[in-house]
Design a protein around this ligand. Structure first.
Ligand code: PGA
Ligand code: ZN
Length: 391
C-alpha cells in the first residue's frame, strides 16, 4: 500500500470530549480517551489540544508520509520514525497506525497472524461506579463484569446482553455510567448478590454459564495510605481499609461470590500486594494489571519479576504506539500471562481494537455490553467468527 493521502480531524468521543480521527487513503481510525487513567500512561495530546495536532498532521506530516510504502505490521516503524510524539502526543500516532493498517487490508488481523483461529472470552461491564460516574451513592468498585463461558463468541454476546436487560428490569434505577453500565444505589456485596441471581436466571433460560469479574480500579480509592469506600456496607457507610484489609476483603469476595477475575485490586505502584493476593487466591482467580502495568513492557517486566499478575490489560493508547503494544503482548504471552484487550471509558465507533485482539489471539476482550461504541467492537468479532465458519 502506498500512502497517497493522510487527513486528520477532531471528532467527539462518547463522553463528548474532543478526540482524533485519522484517515490514510480511504481508511479511517479514531481513538477514545479514558477517565480512570494511570499516571504511567503515554501523553494523549499536547497541551495545545486536539486542534493543534489536527493542523500539524494536515499541514506538515501528511506531506512527509506521502509516497511511503506500508505492507506489514513491521512497516509501522517507518510511520513512527516520522511521527514526533513529543509535539503531537500519542493518540494521533495510534489512530494513524490503525488507519495505515486498515489501508493495507480491511481485515487487519491477517497482517498480524494469518493462522489466528480462537475468539477471545468477553468481560462485560454490567454494573459500575467509581471514577466512571460523578455520584456519591454509586458502588465504589468501578466495574462488575460478566464472563460468559460459551463456545461461540456470538452466544456469549447475547447471553451478556440478556443478563444486562434482566439487571435493568430488576433495578429501580436506569442511571448509567460512561460505559453504559447500570449504577444502582447498592453496596458491593448487594451488587454481587443481585448478579448471583442473574447468573442463575441465565443458566435457567439460556443454559449459559456466566462468571463474575471486578475492576476495582483501586488507585481511584487510594487516599493517604488507605482504600476509602463511600458505600462499603449495606447501610452505605464510609469505610477505610488498610492494604491488608483490602486484601482480606477481596479474597473473601473470591471465596464467597466465586469472583474469577480481579483487575487493579491495589493502587498502581503496589506490585507487592498484587503478588500476595495472587498467592492467596491461587489459580481460582485472575489477578490483572491495568493501571499497574499500563501496557508498558517495563512495568509488565517488573510485574513478572515480582509474580504480581496472571493477566494484563492491553490498551493501545495507554502505551501510545502499536509497536510497543505488540512488545507488551509478546512479553505477556512468553510468560504465560493472559491478555485482555480493552476499550476506554470514552470511546468512538472505531472497531480496529477487535481486529487487533483477534490477530494477537487475546484471551479476553473488555469492550462493554451495550451502547453503539461498545457493540460495534463486539459485532466486529462476531463478524470474524462467522467468516471463519463460512469462509
Ligand atoms: P478508563 O479505564 O476509564 O481509563 O478507560 C477503564 C479501566 O480502568 O479499565
Ligand atoms: Zn481497569
Amino acid at each position: 500500500m502506498l500512502i497517497k493521502d493522510v487527513k486528520a480531524k477532531s471528532i467527539l468521543d462518547s463522553n463528548g470530549n474532543e478526540c482524533i480521527e485519522v484517515s490514510v487513503n480511504n481508511s479511517t481510525a479514531s481513538i477514545g480517551y479514558g477517565m480512570s487513567r494511570s499516571s504511567k500512561e503515554a501523553i494523549a495530546y499536547p497541551s495545545q489540544g486536539v486542534g493543534f495536532v489536527v493542523n500539524k498532521i494536515n499541514n506538515e506530516l501528511a506531506l512527509k508520509l506521502k509516497g511511503m510504502k506500508i505492507e506489514s505490521y513491521e512497516d509501522l516503524e517507518h510511520v513512527e520514525e516520522y511521527f514526533d510524539t513529543k509535539t503531537l502526543g500519542h493518540n494521533a500516532l495510534v489512530a494513524l497506525e490503525m488507519a495505515a493498517l486498515k489501508a493495507v487490508g480491511n481485515e487487519v488481523w491477517r497482517l498480524i497472524d494469518k493462522t489466528a483461529f480462537k475468539l477471545p472470552t468477553q468481560l462485560g461491564n454490567c454494573i459500575g461506579g467509581g471514577a466512571h460516574i460523578k455520584a456519591n451513592d454509586a458502588p465504589d468498585i468501578q466495574e462488575f463484569l460478566l464472563i460468559p463461558r460459551t463456545d461461540s463468541f456470538e452466544e456469549g454476546f447475547y447471553a451478556n446482553l440478556r443478563a444486562y436487560k434482566l439487571i435493568g428490569n430488576k433495578l429501580n434505577t436506569q442511571r448509567k455510567d460512561m460505559e453504559n453500565a447500570f449504577v444502582p444505589r447498592l453496596s458491593c456485596m448487594e451488587v454481587l448478590d443481585l448478579l448471583h441471581d442473574i447468573i442463575l436466571k441465565i443458566k435457567d433460560e439460556l443454559n449459559v454459564k456466566l462468571e463474575l469479574g471486578l475492576d476495582v480500579a483501586a488507585s481511584q480509592l487510594y487516599k493517604k495510605g488507605t482504600y476509602v469506600y463511600k458505600n462499603f456496607s449495606n447501610e452505605r457507610k464510609e469505610k477505610s481499609l488498610t492494604t491488608y484489609e483490602q486484601m482480606l476483603f477481596l479474597s473473601s469476595l473470591v471465596q464467597d461470590f466465586n469472583v474469577r477475575y480481579i483487575e487493579d485490586p491495589f493502587h498502581e505502584n503496589d506490585f507487592e500486594s498484587f503478588s500476595k493476593l495472587k498467592k492467596l487466591v491461587k489459580s481460582k482467580c485472575l489477578v490483572t494489571g491495568d493501571d499497574l502495568t499500563s501496557t508498558n513492557p517495563l512495568f509488565i517486566k517488573k510485574a513478572i519479576q515480582q509474580d504480581s499478575i496472571n493477566a494484563v490489560i492491553i490498551k493501545p493508547n495507554q502505551i501510545g504506539s502499536l509497536l510497543k503494544m505488540r512488545e507488551a503482548v509478546f512479553l505477556a504471552k512468553d510468560n504465560r500471562i493472559q491478555t485482555v484487550f480493552s476499550h476506554r471509558s470514552g470511546e468512538t465507533l472505531d472497531s480496529t481494537i477487535a481486529q487487533l485482539a483477534f490477530g494477537f489471539q487475546s484471551d479476553y476482550v473488555k469492550f462493554g455490553i451495550f451502547g453503539k461504541e461498545r457493540v460495534v467492537k463486539l459485532k466486529e468479532l462476531i463478524k470474524i467468527e462467522k467468516s471463519l465458519i463460512l469462509p
